[in-house]
Design a protein around this ligand. Structure first.
Ligand code: ADP
Ligand code: F6P
Length: 455
């Protein structure tokens, strides 16, 4: 196989111990750590003008090639079309779409510019793997420059059904852009199905067989590749000396109280607000939990320059304060609401210390936290995963307690059931999910995708 070239909007730090939040960064960091290759994308910085130079640094078998964005590209391509149109639309929040034509033009311009910067770094036998919604037009841009290499695309977030996708004014252009990839990968069968339906209904593509569509002179191949984790590595991480120390600190601070843990970027798609309400409802309907249960919500700040993100932050701060005011005591804070990052092993130890993992997004491509929570549990005394039916992970985890995050009472009841579940049932549920993780780990995700792309 040729060299692997990964292209994603954001290139994460690969400094050991430095935490990256976001499933994409965690997944790609691992692929490159094991397979080696080049990772090209944005370095997270902005400047008044587009920078000329790509910064290339070597880290063992990984080459990082990064570049800053001009302020205008940051606003139009990243904040604007990517995160004020594609993100809400693909997460079924058409009410939050803020479309402006000039921002879509900025999205195309930035993709073209990034393709031009990547082009000189490419070799003829490279396998190019483009990630996520920011870079949908990348293949078409590279093809127009004469690139003949295999180019694959993986969408980390959900793919919407036709009624939602078509709320995006240039939806047909996006579908056409996706048809320039050799392989388009999705997290779940229903995401792939939505893509196939959109392409046939909106763009006149013809179904050749289960995996292939004919669109004009191109065959568009698609597949399902659920991203995952390495369960054994997570179990080890939850056990390192440093993480055991953090776990001790957490336990001491809890004073024998039970713990529900949630970890997700501060994002309206993650359902944190609805989760706080469900926790409050639990306190109302099961007074025995008052003073005997804490919730830790770790929510690193994300996309803070976007209004909808500023609003959800404001709302969550208010809600945590209100619920803590209502049920707290001089020595008891029901919800511990934290915006900081933690080292990965520390986070895994926190998961191990929690009787319940509450992963209740309103919509999510996969949700790696759900998988990490399961992998971090003690096999002889595991916690229970309360999981939204709208997370991609729900398609794989029959051992979770599935909930509808729009049903506050239903979520509160599921939390109570999880907190009081007999050990035998917990072990049975956990074993089935762990088995699923072992069969379909992170290595299977990228090996299957790259294997299919190579054909
Ligand atoms: P998304 O990609 O939408 O952010 P995922 O759940 O798929 O959601 O991936 C999030 C990743 O980021 C997980 O691997 C998780 O452990 C990590 N993460 C989230 N919050 C933190 C944090 N505060 N500190 C360190 N890592 C975090
Ligand atoms: O996994 C979804 C995702 O949108 C990634 O594409 C992205 O890198 C991550 O979440 C974090 O978001 P951002 O790069 O906007 O900070």
């Amino acid at each position: 196989m040729g060299r692997l070239v990964i292209v994603s909007n954001r290139v994460a730090s690969i400094t050991p111990g430095k935490a990256s939040t976001g499933g994409l960064a965690v997944g790609i960091g691992d692929v490159l750590g094991k397979a080696g290759g080049l990772w090209f994308g944005w370095n997270g910085e902005t400047s008044p003008q587009s920078p000329e130079q790509v910064q290339v640094t070597e880290h063992g078998n990984i080459t990082l090639a990064t570049i800053g964005l001009s302020r205008k590209d940051y606003e139009q391509y990243y904040l604007g079309f990517s995160n004020n149109v594609l993100w809400p639309a693909f997460h079924y929040r058409s009410d939050l779409i803020r479309y402006q034509r000039d921002e879509y033009e900025g999205y195309q311009r930035a993709n073209l510019w990034l393709a031009e910067k990547l082009f000189p770094l490419l070799k003829p036998d490279d396998i190019i793997w483009v990630h996520d919604y920011h870079l949908i037009p990348m293949a078409a841009a590279l093809r127009a420059m004469g690139v003949k290499n295999k180019i694959g695309f993986f969408l980390h977030i959900p793919f919407p059904t036709q009624p939602i996708l078509t709320c995006i004014p240039p939806s047909s252009e996006l579908l056409r852009a996706l048809s320039h990839y050799d392989l388009v990968g999705f997290q779940t069968p229903s995401d792939r199905q939505a893509f196939v339906d959109c392409l046939t209904r909106e763009s006149g593509a013809r179904k050749l067989d289960e995996d292939n569509l004919q669109m004009e002179d191109r065959v568009v191949r698609s597949g399902v590749y659920p991203i995952s984790v390495y369960p054994d590595e997570i179990e080890d991480q939850a056990h390192t000396a440093a993480s055991r120390r953090h776990l001790r600190r957490l336990r001491q601070s809890l004073l024998d109280r039970k713990l529900i843990i949630s970890v997700d970027r501060l994002d309206y798609s993650k359902g944190q607000f609805e989760r706080f309400r469900a926790f409050e409802k639990l306190m109302e309907i099961q007074p025995s939990h008052r003073s005997a249960l804490s919730m830790v919500q770790i929510a690193p700040l994300s996309r803070s320059d976007i209004k909808t993100y500023q609003k959800i932050r404001h709302d969550l701060e208010g809600e945590a304060g209100r619920i803590n005011g209502r049920f707290g005591d001089i020595d008891y804070t029901p919800i511990r609401y934290i915006n900081r990052n933690y080292e990965r092993s520390t986070l895994m130890a926190f998961f191990r210390g929690a009787q319940v993992g509450a992963v209740t997004p309103l919509r999510d491509g996969m949700n790696l936290v759900a998988k990490e929570y399961v992998a971090a549990q003690h096999r002889d005394d595991p916690g229970v995963l309360v999981l939204s039916r709208f997370a991609g992970a729900a398609a794989e985890f029959d051992g979770a307690l599935l909930v509808n995050p729009y049903d506050t009472l239903g979520m509160a009841e599921a939390m109570h059931r999880a907190l009081t579940m007999p050990k035998e049932e917990r072990k049975e549920r956990h074993a089935s999910m762990l088995q699923q993780l072992k069969t379909n780990d992170l290595g299977a995700w990228w090996r299957r995708f790259l294997g299919d792309l190579a054909v």
